[in-house]
Ligand binder design. Structure first.
Ligand SMILES: Cc1cc2nc3c(=O)[nH]c(=O)nc-3n(C[C@H](O)[C@H](O)[C@H](O)COP(=O)(O)O)c2cc1C
Length: 464
Protein backbone atom coordinates (compact mmCIF):
# COMPACT_ATOMS: atom_id res chain seq x y z
CA UNK A 1 0.00 0.00 0.00
CA UNK A 2 1.33 3.43 -0.88
CA UNK A 3 1.85 6.01 1.85
CA UNK A 4 -0.77 8.41 0.37
CA UNK A 5 -3.52 5.82 0.12
CA UNK A 6 -2.77 4.71 3.65
CA UNK A 7 -3.21 8.28 4.78
CA UNK A 8 -6.63 8.59 3.19
CA UNK A 9 -8.05 5.58 4.96
CA UNK A 10 -6.60 6.31 8.37
CA UNK A 11 -9.70 7.92 9.72
CA UNK A 12 -11.90 5.05 8.60
CA UNK A 13 -9.57 2.58 10.23
CA UNK A 14 -9.44 4.46 13.48
CA UNK A 15 -13.22 4.68 13.51
CA UNK A 16 -13.43 0.99 12.86
CA UNK A 17 -11.06 0.39 15.77
CA UNK A 18 -13.34 2.61 17.93
CA UNK A 19 -12.96 1.16 21.37
CA UNK A 20 -9.35 0.29 20.77
CA UNK A 21 -8.31 3.87 20.45
CA UNK A 22 -10.11 4.80 23.65
CA UNK A 23 -8.59 1.90 25.54
CA UNK A 24 -5.18 2.97 24.38
CA UNK A 25 -5.54 6.47 25.71
CA UNK A 26 -7.15 5.31 28.92
CA UNK A 27 -4.42 2.80 29.55
CA UNK A 28 -1.62 5.14 28.69
CA UNK A 29 -2.84 7.50 31.35
CA UNK A 30 -2.72 4.90 34.10
CA UNK A 31 -0.15 5.95 36.68
CA UNK A 32 2.95 3.94 35.90
CA UNK A 33 5.11 6.13 38.11
CA UNK A 34 5.37 3.75 41.03
CA UNK A 35 6.46 0.88 38.84
CA UNK A 36 8.95 3.06 37.03
CA UNK A 37 10.34 4.50 40.24
CA UNK A 38 10.79 1.02 41.60
CA UNK A 39 12.41 -0.17 38.39
CA UNK A 40 15.04 2.51 38.47
CA UNK A 41 16.54 1.49 41.78
CA UNK A 42 19.78 3.13 40.78
CA UNK A 43 18.23 6.45 41.71
CA UNK A 44 17.30 5.32 45.22
CA UNK A 45 18.76 7.96 47.53
CA UNK A 46 20.17 5.86 50.36
CA UNK A 47 21.22 2.79 48.49
CA UNK A 48 24.83 2.69 49.62
CA UNK A 49 26.06 5.43 51.86
CA UNK A 50 29.55 6.79 51.80
CA UNK A 51 32.67 6.15 49.78
CA UNK A 52 34.16 2.86 48.74
CA UNK A 53 33.89 0.69 51.83
CA UNK A 54 36.62 -1.77 52.66
CA UNK A 55 36.14 -4.94 50.71
CA UNK A 56 37.00 -7.04 53.76
CA UNK A 57 34.26 -8.17 56.10
CA UNK A 58 34.84 -6.85 59.59
CA UNK A 59 35.58 -10.35 60.89
CA UNK A 60 38.55 -10.89 58.61
CA UNK A 61 40.53 -7.67 58.75
CA UNK A 62 43.69 -9.15 60.30
CA UNK A 63 46.76 -8.03 58.37
CA UNK A 64 47.64 -11.54 57.24
CA UNK A 65 44.13 -12.09 55.96
CA UNK A 66 44.26 -9.33 53.35
CA UNK A 67 44.98 -11.71 50.54
CA UNK A 68 44.18 -11.23 46.91
CA UNK A 69 44.27 -14.88 45.92
CA UNK A 70 41.39 -17.24 46.40
CA UNK A 71 41.57 -20.69 47.98
CA UNK A 72 38.87 -22.37 45.98
CA UNK A 73 37.80 -25.91 46.80
CA UNK A 74 38.27 -28.65 44.21
CA UNK A 75 34.51 -28.53 43.58
CA UNK A 76 34.65 -24.76 42.96
CA UNK A 77 37.58 -25.11 40.58
CA UNK A 78 35.77 -27.80 38.65
CA UNK A 79 32.56 -25.71 38.52
CA UNK A 80 34.57 -22.81 37.13
CA UNK A 81 35.92 -25.06 34.40
CA UNK A 82 32.46 -26.33 33.54
CA UNK A 83 31.18 -22.78 33.21
CA UNK A 84 34.11 -21.81 31.01
CA UNK A 85 33.29 -24.76 28.73
CA UNK A 86 29.72 -23.53 28.42
CA UNK A 87 30.94 -20.05 27.45
CA UNK A 88 33.49 -21.23 24.90
CA UNK A 89 33.00 -19.70 21.45
CA UNK A 90 29.62 -18.19 22.34
CA UNK A 91 28.12 -14.78 21.73
CA UNK A 92 26.95 -13.89 25.24
CA UNK A 93 24.03 -11.55 25.87
CA UNK A 94 25.42 -8.64 27.93
CA UNK A 95 23.82 -7.51 31.19
CA UNK A 96 21.52 -4.65 30.21
CA UNK A 97 19.67 -2.56 32.75
CA UNK A 98 16.08 -2.11 31.58
CA UNK A 99 16.82 -3.84 28.26
CA UNK A 100 17.68 -7.22 29.77
CA UNK A 101 14.19 -7.83 31.12
CA UNK A 102 12.91 -11.41 31.22
CA UNK A 103 10.76 -11.20 28.04
CA UNK A 104 13.63 -9.70 26.06
CA UNK A 105 16.06 -12.37 27.23
CA UNK A 106 13.50 -15.00 26.32
CA UNK A 107 13.35 -13.51 22.83
CA UNK A 108 17.15 -13.57 22.50
CA UNK A 109 17.15 -17.17 23.67
CA UNK A 110 14.50 -18.00 21.04
CA UNK A 111 17.06 -16.71 18.55
CA UNK A 112 19.85 -18.88 19.88
CA UNK A 113 21.43 -16.99 22.78
CA UNK A 114 22.88 -19.82 24.87
CA UNK A 115 24.36 -17.63 27.59
CA UNK A 116 22.39 -14.73 29.06
CA UNK A 117 22.72 -12.34 31.96
CA UNK A 118 20.43 -10.45 34.29
CA UNK A 119 20.17 -6.72 34.71
CA UNK A 120 22.50 -5.39 37.39
CA UNK A 121 21.11 -5.88 40.88
CA UNK A 122 22.21 -3.90 43.92
CA UNK A 123 23.21 -6.60 46.39
CA UNK A 124 22.40 -4.56 49.47
CA UNK A 125 18.90 -3.73 48.30
CA UNK A 126 18.40 -7.30 47.21
CA UNK A 127 19.32 -8.58 50.66
CA UNK A 128 16.90 -6.08 52.19
CA UNK A 129 14.17 -7.77 50.15
CA UNK A 130 13.65 -4.99 47.64
CA UNK A 131 10.99 -6.20 45.23
CA UNK A 132 12.61 -4.83 42.08
CA UNK A 133 16.04 -6.25 42.89
CA UNK A 134 14.46 -9.61 43.66
CA UNK A 135 12.65 -9.55 40.32
CA UNK A 136 16.03 -9.43 38.62
CA UNK A 137 16.70 -12.96 39.89
CA UNK A 138 13.95 -14.34 37.67
CA UNK A 139 14.88 -16.10 34.48
CA UNK A 140 12.85 -17.20 31.51
CA UNK A 141 12.01 -20.88 31.10
CA UNK A 142 14.25 -21.18 28.06
CA UNK A 143 17.37 -19.68 29.71
CA UNK A 144 19.72 -22.46 30.68
CA UNK A 145 22.99 -20.69 31.33
CA UNK A 146 22.00 -17.55 33.16
CA UNK A 147 24.32 -15.22 35.06
CA UNK A 148 23.07 -12.97 37.82
CA UNK A 149 24.92 -9.65 37.94
CA UNK A 150 25.42 -7.85 41.22
CA UNK A 151 26.78 -4.48 42.25
CA UNK A 152 28.53 -4.53 45.59
CA UNK A 153 31.81 -3.62 47.26
CA UNK A 154 31.31 -5.83 50.26
CA UNK A 155 32.20 -9.50 50.57
CA UNK A 156 29.35 -10.48 52.87
CA UNK A 157 26.81 -8.79 50.61
CA UNK A 158 28.29 -10.60 47.64
CA UNK A 159 28.06 -13.93 49.43
CA UNK A 160 24.46 -13.26 50.50
CA UNK A 161 23.46 -12.29 46.96
CA UNK A 162 25.29 -15.35 45.63
CA UNK A 163 23.19 -17.56 47.88
CA UNK A 164 19.96 -16.05 46.56
CA UNK A 165 21.22 -16.42 42.98
CA UNK A 166 21.93 -20.11 43.57
CA UNK A 167 18.46 -20.62 45.07
CA UNK A 168 16.90 -18.88 42.07
CA UNK A 169 18.66 -21.23 39.65
CA UNK A 170 21.35 -18.92 38.26
CA UNK A 171 24.40 -20.66 36.78
CA UNK A 172 26.85 -18.07 38.01
CA UNK A 173 27.26 -14.65 39.62
CA UNK A 174 28.88 -11.69 37.87
CA UNK A 175 30.35 -8.72 39.70
CA UNK A 176 29.73 -5.38 38.00
CA UNK A 177 32.90 -3.28 37.87
CA UNK A 178 31.98 -1.26 34.81
CA UNK A 179 28.91 0.82 35.59
CA UNK A 180 30.01 4.45 35.05
CA UNK A 181 26.87 6.13 36.39
CA UNK A 182 27.54 8.59 39.19
CA UNK A 183 24.74 7.15 41.33
CA UNK A 184 26.75 3.92 41.46
CA UNK A 185 30.32 5.24 41.51
CA UNK A 186 29.70 7.77 44.30
CA UNK A 187 28.82 4.78 46.47
CA UNK A 188 32.02 2.98 45.52
CA UNK A 189 30.18 0.59 43.19
CA UNK A 190 30.53 -0.30 39.51
CA UNK A 191 33.55 1.25 37.80
CA UNK A 192 34.68 2.87 41.09
CA UNK A 193 36.00 -0.59 41.95
CA UNK A 194 38.58 -0.20 39.16
CA UNK A 195 40.35 2.57 41.08
CA UNK A 196 42.11 0.10 43.36
CA UNK A 197 42.73 -3.25 41.66
CA UNK A 198 44.31 -4.95 44.75
CA UNK A 199 41.24 -4.06 46.80
CA UNK A 200 39.01 -5.33 44.02
CA UNK A 201 40.99 -8.57 43.95
CA UNK A 202 40.38 -9.04 47.69
CA UNK A 203 36.66 -8.46 47.16
CA UNK A 204 36.56 -10.99 44.34
CA UNK A 205 38.59 -13.58 46.25
CA UNK A 206 36.32 -13.22 49.28
CA UNK A 207 33.11 -13.62 47.28
CA UNK A 208 34.50 -16.41 45.07
CA UNK A 209 35.50 -18.43 48.13
CA UNK A 210 32.19 -17.86 49.89
CA UNK A 211 29.64 -18.70 47.20
CA UNK A 212 28.67 -22.01 45.73
CA UNK A 213 28.35 -20.63 42.19
CA UNK A 214 31.25 -19.56 39.98
CA UNK A 215 32.02 -15.83 40.03
CA UNK A 216 32.87 -13.81 36.94
CA UNK A 217 33.80 -10.14 36.83
CA UNK A 218 32.90 -7.50 34.24
CA UNK A 219 35.28 -4.57 33.96
CA UNK A 220 36.19 -1.71 31.69
CA UNK A 221 39.72 -0.88 30.55
CA UNK A 222 40.04 1.68 33.34
CA UNK A 223 38.26 4.64 34.83
CA UNK A 224 39.65 7.20 32.35
CA UNK A 225 42.10 7.45 29.46
CA UNK A 226 44.94 8.47 31.78
CA UNK A 227 44.09 5.62 34.15
CA UNK A 228 43.85 2.60 31.87
CA UNK A 229 44.78 -0.27 34.18
CA UNK A 230 43.13 -3.33 32.65
CA UNK A 231 46.49 -5.13 32.51
CA UNK A 232 46.90 -4.90 36.27
CA UNK A 233 43.23 -5.57 36.99
CA UNK A 234 43.00 -8.65 34.80
CA UNK A 235 46.28 -10.05 36.16
CA UNK A 236 44.99 -9.73 39.73
CA UNK A 237 41.56 -11.13 38.87
CA UNK A 238 43.22 -14.20 37.36
CA UNK A 239 44.63 -14.94 40.83
CA UNK A 240 41.54 -13.91 42.70
CA UNK A 241 39.42 -16.87 41.65
CA UNK A 242 37.33 -15.29 38.89
CA UNK A 243 36.10 -18.04 36.56
CA UNK A 244 36.27 -15.55 33.68
CA UNK A 245 36.62 -11.82 33.14
CA UNK A 246 34.65 -9.73 30.66
CA UNK A 247 36.39 -6.59 29.50
CA UNK A 248 34.36 -3.86 27.80
CA UNK A 249 37.01 -2.13 25.69
CA UNK A 250 36.37 1.39 26.88
CA UNK A 251 37.08 3.41 29.97
CA UNK A 252 34.26 4.43 32.28
CA UNK A 253 34.79 8.06 31.31
CA UNK A 254 34.52 7.31 27.60
CA UNK A 255 30.99 5.95 27.78
CA UNK A 256 30.34 5.13 24.08
CA UNK A 257 32.22 8.01 22.49
CA UNK A 258 35.07 6.09 20.85
CA UNK A 259 35.24 2.62 19.35
CA UNK A 260 36.06 -0.15 21.81
CA UNK A 261 39.80 -0.87 21.96
CA UNK A 262 39.96 -4.43 20.63
CA UNK A 263 43.74 -4.27 20.29
CA UNK A 264 44.04 -3.89 24.04
CA UNK A 265 41.44 -6.62 24.52
CA UNK A 266 43.43 -9.00 22.31
CA UNK A 267 46.61 -8.24 24.25
CA UNK A 268 44.83 -8.98 27.51
CA UNK A 269 43.42 -12.24 26.17
CA UNK A 270 46.85 -13.34 24.96
CA UNK A 271 48.83 -12.29 28.01
CA UNK A 272 46.70 -13.47 30.92
CA UNK A 273 45.69 -16.97 31.89
CA UNK A 274 42.18 -16.01 32.98
CA UNK A 275 39.50 -16.85 30.37
CA UNK A 276 38.62 -13.54 28.76
CA UNK A 277 35.36 -12.37 27.20
CA UNK A 278 35.73 -9.46 24.79
CA UNK A 279 33.00 -6.83 24.67
CA UNK A 280 32.30 -3.74 22.61
CA UNK A 281 30.57 -2.73 19.36
CA UNK A 282 29.68 -6.13 17.92
CA UNK A 283 26.77 -5.62 15.52
CA UNK A 284 27.17 -8.19 12.74
CA UNK A 285 28.01 -11.87 12.47
CA UNK A 286 31.22 -11.05 10.61
CA UNK A 287 32.41 -8.63 13.29
CA UNK A 288 31.77 -11.33 15.91
CA UNK A 289 33.65 -13.85 13.75
CA UNK A 290 36.60 -11.49 13.17
CA UNK A 291 36.84 -10.65 16.88
CA UNK A 292 36.71 -14.27 17.85
CA UNK A 293 39.34 -15.36 15.33
CA UNK A 294 41.75 -12.47 15.90
CA UNK A 295 42.13 -12.87 19.65
CA UNK A 296 42.45 -15.60 22.19
CA UNK A 297 39.02 -14.89 23.55
CA UNK A 298 36.95 -17.43 25.38
CA UNK A 299 33.80 -15.71 24.09
CA UNK A 300 32.40 -12.43 22.83
CA UNK A 301 29.64 -10.39 24.46
CA UNK A 302 27.07 -8.18 22.74
CA UNK A 303 24.84 -5.56 24.32
CA UNK A 304 23.53 -2.96 21.89
CA UNK A 305 23.92 -5.39 18.98
CA UNK A 306 21.32 -7.61 20.65
CA UNK A 307 19.10 -4.67 21.55
CA UNK A 308 19.09 -3.52 17.92
CA UNK A 309 18.61 -7.00 16.48
CA UNK A 310 17.85 -9.79 18.95
CA UNK A 311 18.32 -12.27 16.10
CA UNK A 312 22.08 -11.54 16.07
CA UNK A 313 22.60 -14.81 17.96
CA UNK A 314 21.14 -16.80 15.10
CA UNK A 315 23.17 -14.81 12.59
CA UNK A 316 26.38 -15.59 14.46
CA UNK A 317 25.54 -19.28 14.74
CA UNK A 318 24.65 -19.54 11.06
CA UNK A 319 27.41 -17.19 9.85
CA UNK A 320 25.03 -15.15 7.71
CA UNK A 321 22.91 -12.03 7.87
CA UNK A 322 19.18 -12.71 8.17
CA UNK A 323 18.11 -9.51 6.32
CA UNK A 324 14.69 -9.17 7.94
CA UNK A 325 12.14 -7.01 6.15
CA UNK A 326 9.92 -4.61 8.08
CA UNK A 327 7.14 -7.19 7.97
CA UNK A 328 9.51 -9.87 9.34
CA UNK A 329 10.58 -7.54 12.12
CA UNK A 330 7.00 -6.83 13.08
CA UNK A 331 6.75 -10.58 13.66
CA UNK A 332 9.81 -10.50 15.91
CA UNK A 333 8.60 -7.49 17.86
CA UNK A 334 5.21 -9.14 18.33
CA UNK A 335 7.03 -12.18 19.68
CA UNK A 336 8.50 -9.87 22.30
CA UNK A 337 5.02 -8.50 22.99
CA UNK A 338 3.73 -12.03 23.42
CA UNK A 339 6.54 -12.77 25.93
CA UNK A 340 5.67 -9.54 27.75
CA UNK A 341 2.03 -10.55 27.94
CA UNK A 342 3.07 -13.91 29.40
CA UNK A 343 5.34 -12.22 31.90
CA UNK A 344 3.45 -9.09 32.90
CA UNK A 345 -0.11 -10.16 32.10
CA UNK A 346 -2.37 -9.53 29.13
CA UNK A 347 -4.45 -6.81 30.79
CA UNK A 348 -4.28 -3.15 31.81
CA UNK A 349 -1.81 -3.91 34.61
CA UNK A 350 0.35 -5.91 32.22
CA UNK A 351 0.35 -3.08 29.70
CA UNK A 352 1.28 -0.59 32.42
CA UNK A 353 4.35 -2.63 33.26
CA UNK A 354 5.18 -3.46 29.64
CA UNK A 355 4.85 0.18 28.62
CA UNK A 356 7.91 0.96 30.72
CA UNK A 357 9.97 -1.43 28.58
CA UNK A 358 8.39 -1.87 25.17
CA UNK A 359 8.58 1.70 23.75
CA UNK A 360 12.10 1.91 25.16
CA UNK A 361 13.13 -1.10 23.05
CA UNK A 362 12.14 0.79 19.90
CA UNK A 363 14.84 3.31 20.64
CA UNK A 364 17.19 0.44 19.71
CA UNK A 365 15.02 -1.44 17.19
CA UNK A 366 14.78 1.71 15.06
CA UNK A 367 18.54 1.63 14.52
CA UNK A 368 18.38 -1.62 12.59
CA UNK A 369 19.98 -1.49 9.16
CA UNK A 370 20.95 -4.15 6.71
CA UNK A 371 24.76 -4.43 6.62
CA UNK A 372 25.72 -6.95 3.92
CA UNK A 373 29.26 -8.22 4.40
CA UNK A 374 30.07 -7.66 0.71
CA UNK A 375 29.50 -3.94 1.12
CA UNK A 376 30.49 -3.35 4.75
CA UNK A 377 32.92 -6.15 5.69
CA UNK A 378 36.08 -4.21 4.92
CA UNK A 379 34.81 -0.99 6.49
CA UNK A 380 33.92 -2.89 9.66
CA UNK A 381 37.56 -3.88 10.07
CA UNK A 382 38.58 -0.22 9.96
CA UNK A 383 35.85 0.98 12.29
CA UNK A 384 33.04 -0.91 14.01
CA UNK A 385 29.72 -0.52 12.22
CA UNK A 386 28.03 0.27 15.54
CA UNK A 387 29.37 3.83 15.51
CA UNK A 388 28.61 4.40 11.86
CA UNK A 389 26.20 7.13 10.81
CA UNK A 390 23.15 5.39 9.50
CA UNK A 391 22.52 7.91 6.72
CA UNK A 392 25.97 7.11 5.28
CA UNK A 393 25.20 3.41 5.50
CA UNK A 394 21.95 4.02 3.62
CA UNK A 395 23.76 5.95 0.91
CA UNK A 396 26.12 3.04 0.34
CA UNK A 397 23.15 0.80 -0.32
CA UNK A 398 21.56 3.39 -2.63
CA UNK A 399 18.73 4.00 -0.17
CA UNK A 400 16.98 7.28 0.51
CA UNK A 401 14.27 7.86 3.07
CA UNK A 402 11.72 8.47 0.32
CA UNK A 403 12.60 5.23 -1.44
CA UNK A 404 11.77 3.12 1.60
CA UNK A 405 8.47 1.30 2.02
CA UNK A 406 6.30 3.09 4.56
CA UNK A 407 6.57 0.36 7.20
CA UNK A 408 10.34 0.32 6.96
CA UNK A 409 10.37 4.07 7.29
CA UNK A 410 8.14 3.98 10.34
CA UNK A 411 10.22 1.31 12.06
CA UNK A 412 13.32 3.44 11.51
CA UNK A 413 11.73 6.58 12.96
CA UNK A 414 13.73 7.84 15.96
CA UNK A 415 10.93 9.77 17.60
CA UNK A 416 10.01 8.58 21.10
CA UNK A 417 6.35 9.51 20.58
CA UNK A 418 6.37 7.18 17.59
CA UNK A 419 7.90 4.42 19.72
CA UNK A 420 5.05 4.68 22.22
CA UNK A 421 2.42 4.43 19.53
CA UNK A 422 4.17 1.59 17.73
CA UNK A 423 4.45 -0.30 21.02
CA UNK A 424 0.75 0.10 21.68
CA UNK A 425 -0.20 -0.91 18.12
CA UNK A 426 1.78 -4.12 18.50
CA UNK A 427 0.34 -4.82 21.93
CA UNK A 428 -3.18 -4.26 20.68
CA UNK A 429 -3.01 -6.32 17.47
CA UNK A 430 -4.02 -9.94 17.19
CA UNK A 431 -1.90 -10.91 14.21
CA UNK A 432 1.17 -9.71 12.34
CA UNK A 433 -0.91 -8.58 9.40
CA UNK A 434 -3.31 -6.63 11.63
CA UNK A 435 -0.30 -5.00 13.28
CA UNK A 436 1.12 -4.06 9.88
CA UNK A 437 -2.18 -2.48 8.84
CA UNK A 438 -2.42 -0.60 12.13
CA UNK A 439 1.15 0.67 11.74
CA UNK A 440 0.50 1.83 8.19
CA UNK A 441 -2.43 3.86 9.43
CA UNK A 442 -0.24 5.35 12.11
CA UNK A 443 2.38 6.20 9.52
CA UNK A 444 -0.15 7.88 7.29
CA UNK A 445 -1.36 9.97 10.17
CA UNK A 446 1.83 10.99 11.90
CA UNK A 447 5.06 9.80 10.33
CA UNK A 448 6.04 13.05 8.62
CA UNK A 449 5.51 15.01 11.81
CA UNK A 450 7.46 12.46 13.87
CA UNK A 451 10.31 12.49 11.37
CA UNK A 452 10.49 16.27 11.40
CA UNK A 453 10.62 16.42 15.18
CA UNK A 454 13.28 13.73 15.32
CA UNK A 455 15.32 15.57 12.69
CA UNK A 456 15.04 18.89 14.53
CA UNK A 457 16.24 17.23 17.72
CA UNK A 458 19.17 15.67 15.86
CA UNK A 459 20.13 19.11 14.44
CA UNK A 460 20.02 20.69 17.89
CA UNK A 461 22.16 17.87 19.27
CA UNK A 462 24.69 18.24 16.43
CA UNK A 463 24.93 22.02 16.97
CA UNK A 464 25.24 21.93 20.66
C1 LIG B 1 20.90 0.09 27.95
C2 LIG B 1 22.16 -0.47 28.52
C3 LIG B 1 22.15 -1.00 29.80
C4 LIG B 1 23.32 -1.55 30.34
N1 LIG B 1 23.29 -2.10 31.58
C5 LIG B 1 24.39 -2.73 32.07
C6 LIG B 1 24.35 -3.44 33.30
O1 LIG B 1 23.31 -3.51 33.98
N2 LIG B 1 25.48 -4.04 33.73
C7 LIG B 1 26.65 -4.00 33.00
O2 LIG B 1 27.65 -4.57 33.40
N3 LIG B 1 26.71 -3.33 31.83
C8 LIG B 1 25.61 -2.73 31.33
N4 LIG B 1 25.66 -2.12 30.12
C9 LIG B 1 26.90 -2.19 29.33
C10 LIG B 1 26.83 -3.41 28.39
O3 LIG B 1 26.71 -4.61 29.12
C11 LIG B 1 28.07 -3.50 27.48
O4 LIG B 1 29.21 -3.68 28.28
C12 LIG B 1 28.25 -2.24 26.64
O5 LIG B 1 27.03 -1.83 26.08
C13 LIG B 1 29.26 -2.49 25.51
O6 LIG B 1 28.82 -3.53 24.69
P1 LIG B 1 28.10 -3.26 23.28
O7 LIG B 1 29.01 -2.39 22.49
O8 LIG B 1 27.94 -4.64 22.70
O9 LIG B 1 26.82 -2.60 23.57
C14 LIG B 1 24.52 -1.55 29.58
C15 LIG B 1 24.50 -1.01 28.30
C16 LIG B 1 23.34 -0.48 27.75
C17 LIG B 1 23.36 0.06 26.36
Amino acid sequence: MQYSSVRQSTRAFQKAKGLVGRRYHQQRELPAASYIAASTAIAEPDLHQGELVDAQPSTSRAAGDRKQTADLTAAQVSQNKELVDKFRGKLILAPLTRGGNVPFRRLCTDFGADVTMSEMSFARMLLKGDIVEKARLRKADNEHCFGFQIATNNIQEGIGAGKLAAEAGASWVDLNCGCPIYEATKRGLGSALLRKPPKLARLVAGIAEGIELPLTVKVRTGTSYSKINAQETVALLAEAGAAAVTVHGRTAEQRYKKPADWELLSDLAEQHPVPLIGNGDVLTHYEARDRMSSGSFLAIMAGRGALIKPWIFQEVKEGRELCLTAQDRIGVYRQLVSHMKDHFGDDAKGWRKASYFLPWHFDFFCRYRHFPEDTFGEASREQPLMGRRTDLAMAELGETLESLPVLERLLRCENTAAHKEIAWALWDSHSDSQAATYLKFLAAEKLLEWEETAEAKEDTRAQG
